[in-house]
Ligand binder design. Structure first.
Ligand SMILES: Nc1nc2c(c(=O)[nH]1)N[C@H]1C(S)=C(S)[C@@H](COP(=O)(O)O)O[C@H]1N2
Ligand SMILES: [Mo]
Length: 522
């Protein structure tokens, strides 16, 4: 061994260098997440970079993610990010072994990218840069230290005793690398535990909502057919679909929350949480649907919402006559553009604080969100809402409008077959075909079913809760042995028949008939 070998040592095996990089970066990232949990809850390195990736992603990527992973799209993103980070970390380790200090520099540079990204996020606090900076700097230091251990000149082996070449104990190196990785994982777990135990989330658990000034009429007796496999007419909170761009669910302490109504108004209005709860709140059922829902898809749910009419809130602020849109904004920067006329007509468009008799769950917008009957969620249902900006469609654009989706999103007439279930083997004889149909704020007048290209036959509609909700339907069928194709289509209360023309969700909602193949056995 000569002197130059302590720099740019070609003797360090690549796998060890990769391991050093990964161990160091896992340690740094974990410590960064922990720093985030303590000092800047929404700005952990993964949340900041992942959030930016979500915002930067083209809309085809979002479609693909939802198509592939459904409501697990965020988990998929995090797993994907973890894989990329590990590969880059391994590469940085390799670089540090071959070309010091470029491995360390790479790790610091990634930290810097994270820090800059975090600062530019909508919900960035003053310390948003800190978690990623901690991650980058500690990752680099640990990397330098681990790689140094692999070099012959590592001081724990006495220089005088150098047998030529043999690096100081690889075992020591592996133990420390493993310890670094384990420490990083523990720090990340601690960070996640702190998030779930945070003040804001505790506040959610302790919120007690007032009882409604205007209660919803009871669900009609005939609204729930109660068939196994058929979506329940009221979706329990834990089964309600979740779609949003928030990688980390915003944790908002209601004491810090307020709603600001501003823009083209005569009088700017701000409401605190206590002020909202003191209002005469109204309760009603509305079925929420996502524009990304494919024909037959499950991104739809019906709940009992408690809240205050947006119409009344706007009346306090008095929109000017030129205004035609309300841009609602979430604490995380998401925006939705809702036509002013929809928010001021007589429908139950509300600032919601309760869902199915409980405070809004964190994933569904605690402390407050919008719910607007008749519009897809992306143009109306802003969760974690903090601002209503009264404006015009030709002056402002919403989150998804900027990504190629339609600026207006009335919900399209649709129907879905729930039973027989997909892939369910059927016994020949009497069976029931059943599903749901919807066109919120218009209403469904009829559903028909077609078997094997035969004549359309009327299904029996259950009692609808209201025109703002979906309705269950069913039809008896004497199934004979063989393969069959079942289709359904709805007719709206205004006489529109659901179109067979297939359209993808983008840019303003899927169309076409839902169909299901079933095999009937003897
Ligand atoms: N803050 C915020 N609100 C949001 C979104 C979002 O990404 N961020 N997504 C919207 C979309 S696309 C839909 S379909 C509904 C879904 O509401 P849910 O998750 O409560 O079912 O929320 C809407 N509100
Ligand atoms: Mo959506």
């Amino acid at each position: 061994m000569n002197v130059t070998s302590s720099r740019g040592d070609r003797g360090i095996p690549a796998p060890l260098a990769w391991a050093a990089g990964m161990g160091a970066v896992v340690f740094g990232a974990g410590l960064g997440e922990l720093t985030g949990a303590v000092f800047a809850p929404s700005s952990g390195p993964f949340a900041a970079v992942g959030g930016a990736l979500i915002d930067l992603a083209p809309s085809w990527a979002k479609d693909t993610a939802i198509a592939l992973f459904g409501t697990a799209d965020k988990l998929a993103l995090l797993v994907g990010m973890a894989i990329v980070v590990l590969l880059l970390a391994g590469f940085a380790g390799w670089l540090e072994a071959r070309r010091p200090p470029w491995g360390r520099v790479t790790v610091v540079a990634f930290g810097a990218v994270g820090a800059v990204t975090a600062v530019t996020r909508a919900d960035a606090g003053p310390l948003a840069w800190l978690p990623s900076a901690v991650a980058g700097v500690t990752g680099a230091i640990v990397l330098w230290w681990l790689i140094r251990m692999l070099r012959p000149a590592f001081p724990t082996t006495s220089r005088s005793a150098t047998g030529a070449g043999a690096p100081p104990s690889r075992r020591t190196f592996l133990v420390w690398t493993g310890a670094a990785a384990a420490g990083g994982v523990l720090a990340a777990l601690a960070a996640s535990a702190m998030r779930t135990g945070s003040n804001a989330l505790n506040a959610i658990r302790s919120v007690v909502l007032p009882s409604p000034a205007v209660a919803a009429p009871a669900v009609p007796a005939g609204a729930e057919l109660g068939l196994p496999g058929l979506a329940r007419v009221v979706t329990p909170n834990e089964r309600f679909y979740r779609i949003d761009t928030a990688l980390i669910v915003p944790a908002i302490d209601p004491a810090d929350w307020s709603l600001r109504i501003h823009g083209m108004v005569e009088r700017e209005v701000t409401l605190t949480w206590d002020e909202v709860l003191a209002l005469p709140l109204e309760e009603g059922y509305t079925t929420l649907a996502c524009v990304s829902n494919e024909v037959g898809g499950s991104l739809i749910g019906n709940a009992l919402w408690l809240g205050y009419p947006v119409r009344e809130l706007l009346a306090r602020a008095r929109p000017t006559s030129e205004a035609d849109m309300v841009l609602s904004r979430s604490i995380d920067g998401f925006t939705a553009s809702t036509p002013l006329e929809v928010l001021t007509d007589d429908r139950a468009a509300i600032l919601a604080v309760g869902m199915n008799g409980e405070p809004l769950p964190a994933e569904h917008g605690f402390p407050a969100r919008l719910v607007v009957p008749g519009l897809y969620g992306y143009v109306s249902a802003t969760k974690w809402v903090t601002e209503l900006e009264v404006t015009r469609f030709d002056r402002a654009r919403a989150y998804w409008t900027d990504r190629g989706w339609s600026e207006r999103g009335p919900i399209k007439l649709q129907s879905r077959i729930d039973v027989p279930r997909r892939g369910q083997g059927l016994k020949a004889g009497e069976v029931v075909i059943a599903g749901v149909a919807w066109q919120q704020h218009v209403g469904v007048a009829a559903v028909e079913v077609q078997i094997d290209e035969g004549p359309w036959q009327p299904a029996e509609l259950a009692t609808a809760i209201s025109d703002d909700t979906w309705v269950q339907w069913s039809v008896p069928w004497t199934a004979d042995v063989g393969d069959h194709l079942i289709r359904c289509r709805a007719t709206s209360a205004t006489g529109e028949v659901q179109t067979p023309d297939r359209a993808r969700p983008a840019p303003d909602g899927a169309t076409g008939w839902h169909e299901r193949f079933v095999s009937v056995f003897a």
